[in-house]
Design a protein around this ligand. Structure first.
Ligand code: 7RM
Length: 656
């Protein structure tokens, strides 16, 4: 790759934030760090034994057989011979200590209702619900689909599955009936857990109604458990007799205690569907001991979580971030987790900051798209509240552009709090590239280095490591405990997608650059790469420059086919509310990009839009923007958070 293309991003490589000022830092003994350098499996063996509670400790740390010309599939088995239970690790072991009456979950509903569940409360409710599942015929290895709002019952349901060895498949509550149906049928779940509804921006999300629609064609489902969230009068919720039952009724009918199932290390824990390059979502399968080891350790290292913290990860439990860093990682560490049901702008745009102040949140973990939204709303909402309790900020989901990073650092963290940019995937199960809280120097916009126990590299087409400053493919070069083991029902696709591209290495699908100091800079998915007149450009690089312009809140750049140049960049831009769009702004932005990256990067078109099309987890759907810009029939829009955004864009595009 040419050198200019990387320069837009590492403009800030000389900005290094040293952490001498922070007195709190992650403690990993030097001797362990040295072990991680020497022997990754031995390192994880130590971590797994130290951090987890085992019924029988593991006998063999790792069996790793990479895909070769002779083998048909890679084999990765961690901690064979070990027996444990995830629910015991997340709850039971804490109730035997002073944490018994500690708040495990502080929950606030969108209307302002509050529930606090101690570890002992969780312990009791999980066992009852585990008995409910057993009474419905669920057994070890059976699949249970969970389609709930962000309410404590979602956590209870997940951990109840883990207690009896059932495999949960959580489907994000914002997904449509169609998306739910597809996931239920792929996993062949026998039970669905849902609610009458949830609150979002003052309106009801009609989960039960969607579920009923989905279930018209889901023959595997035998029982539906319905939580009465209270958005509907219970008598108005249609309950199909013989199939649907209320959560609260079932909970009264079962005995209070349920012994945990003894699970083998490699027994499945959950399936989570994630979008790939085709329309069909991939059911990533995570297993028991490896997954729990990965999330427990990384929660401790990256967030330096402690008993006195109030930790808030804003992700929905329908995403991997919610699984790993709302539920399993923090609870395994005995932490106090804040959970919020609703929208950030309800009743006003200061709701998040009101929550931080009210509960004294110390660690906040969120996504760049949220940060940019808050930037766009302006600082006044932040300034209404005292955010002094915060001590650490995290970011996940997409590359965080340096401007958003600095805004987060200054306006939310008051320049006191390290910002940890965490790179990982549904497939990796846990954070892979990120700073160690308070220990790793930071460069705004870089996720820094692989954590101990992980090995990453940036390689070229042939799998050869790229020199510093040269962009390539991000690969993971050693197996890690929390890696996805297969794609549910489609092992061939798992091998093809991740293991066939570079022999012996895991292909992440992301592009990256390693700078001269060894810092990793993530440049987005490799399918978001432009090739303009033979020059490779990342959409991220252009977007990063555009959002540095004071008028721009958010930008998405795609490549449109061009007869002469191959591709030309097309930018879709949302403007900050304090900057009215003036004629000439489009040209000004084009010039701005030229100034910052070079003429080859000049956007052929700049379109102003009120919203960008995003998935429900906040990732910009560039594929749809490409379809719009190239006048194609739009592909699958079912995963969009707000499908109307696309209609507006299509219209806008035609009018211009
Ligand atoms: C955790 C999650 C995974 C994809 C991944 C990247 C992108 C996530 C970062 C990031 C740059 C980051 N799982 N991504 N985190 N890119 N910097 N800190 O998001 O399966 O939903 O998505 O997200 O492209 O491959 S995910």
């Amino acid at each position: 790759m040419n050198h200019e293309a990387a320069s837009a991003l590492d403009f800030s490589s000389d900005v290094v934030i040293e952490l001498d000022q922070w007195h709190r830092r992650t403690t990993i003994p030097e001797e362990l760090l040295a072990l991680a350098e020497r022997d990754i499996p031995q390192f994880w063996d130590r971590i797994a034994r130290d951090m987890l509670e085992w019924i029988v400790p593991p006998q063999q740390t790792l069996r790793w057989e990479p895909l070769t010309a002779e083998s048909v599939a890679p084999v990765a088995r961690w901690f064979d011979g070990g027996i444990l239970n995830v629910a015991v690790n997340c709850v039971d072991r804490h109730i035997r200590t002073w944490r018994r009456n500690k708040a495990a979950i502080i929950w606030e509903g969108e209307p302002g209702d509050v529930r606090v569940l101690t570890y002992y409360d969780l312990y009791r409710q999980i066992q009852r619900f585990a008995n409910v599942l057993l009474s419905l015929g669920v057994r070890k290895g059976d699949r249970v689909t969970i389609y709930l709002p962000m309410i404590p019952e979602a956590v209870i349901a997940m951990l109840a599955c883990a207690r009896i060895g059932a495999i949960h498949s959580v489907v994000f509550g914002g997904f449509s009936a169609e998306a739910l149906r597809e996931r239920i049928n792929d996993s062949q779940s026998s039970v669905l857990i849902t609610a009458d509804g949830g609150w979002r921006r003052g309106s009801i999300v009609p989960l039960k109604r969607n579920a009923d629609q989905a279930l018209e064609q889901c023959p595997s489902i035998r029982h539906v458990v319905v939580v009465h969230r209270g958005v509907e009068d219970a008598t108005h919720v249609p309950m199909q007799s013989g199939r649907d039952q209320w959560w609260h009724r079932l909970m009264e009918e079962v005995p209070p205690s349920c012994p945990p199932e003894a699970m083998e290390s490699e027994d499945p824990l959950f399936i989570l569907y994630t979008s790939g390059t085709t329309g069909k979502p991939k059911g990533q399968l995570h297993t028991t001991a490896g997954y729990l080891t990965g999330v427990t350790a990384t929660t401790r290292w990256v967030f330096d979580i402690a008993d006195e913290d109030v930790y808030w990860c804003t992700a929905d439990i329908g995403w991997i971030t919610g699984h790993s860093y709302v539920v399993y990682g923090p609870l395994a560490n005995g932490a106090t987790v804040l959970m919020y049901e609703g929208a950030p702008d309800y009743p006003d745009r200061d709701r998040w900051w009101a929550l931080v102040e009210k509960y004294g949140v110390t660690i906040l973990y969120t996504a760049p798209t949220a940060i940019r939204t808050m930037m766009r709303w302006g600082e006044e909402y932040v300034q209404r509240h005292n955010l002094e309790s915060l001590r650490l900020l995290g970011s996940v989901g997409e590359p965080i552009n340096p401007e958003a990073w600095l805004w987060y650092w200054e306006n939310i963290g008051g320049k006191r709090c390290p910002v940890v940019d965490t790179w990982w995937q549904t497939e990796t199960g846990c954070i892979v590239i990120a700073p160690l809280a308070g220990r790793t120097p930071l460069k705004p916009g870089s996720a820094t280095f692989p954590l101990p126990g992980f090995a990453a590299a940036v390689v070229d087409e042939r799998g050869t490591p790229c020199p510093a400053g040269v962009r390539g493919y991000l690969v993971l070069t050693a197996p890690w405990p929390s890696m996805s083991r297969t794609i549910w029902g489609d092992p061939e696709r798992y091998i093809q997608t991740y293991w066939s591209r570079f022999p012996g290495m895991y292909a992440t699908g992301d592009a990256a650059v390693c700078d001269g100091d060894g810092f990793f800079w993530l440049l987005g998915r490799t399918d978001d790469v432009l090739n303009v007149a033979g020059h490779r450009l990342s959409t991220m690089e252009l977007e990063s420059v555009l959002v540095e312009h004071p008028a721009v809140a958010e930008a998405a750049v795609i490549g449109r086919t061009d007869a002469v140049k191959g591709q030309v960049p097309v930018a879709f831009v949302t403007v900050r509310e304090s900057f009215p769009i003036h004629t000439g702004l489009a040209d000004e932005l084009k010039d701005y990009v030229v100034e910052r990256i070079g003429a080859l990067a000049r956007p052929a078109e700049v379109h102003f839009t009120a919203e960008l099309p995003k998935t429900r987890s906040g990732k910009i759907m560039r594929r749809l923007l490409r379809d719009i810009a190239e006048g194609r029939v739009l592909g699958d829009t079912t995963t969009l958070a707000d499908p109307s955004v696309v209609q507006h864009l299509v219209q806008l595009y035609r009018e211009e």
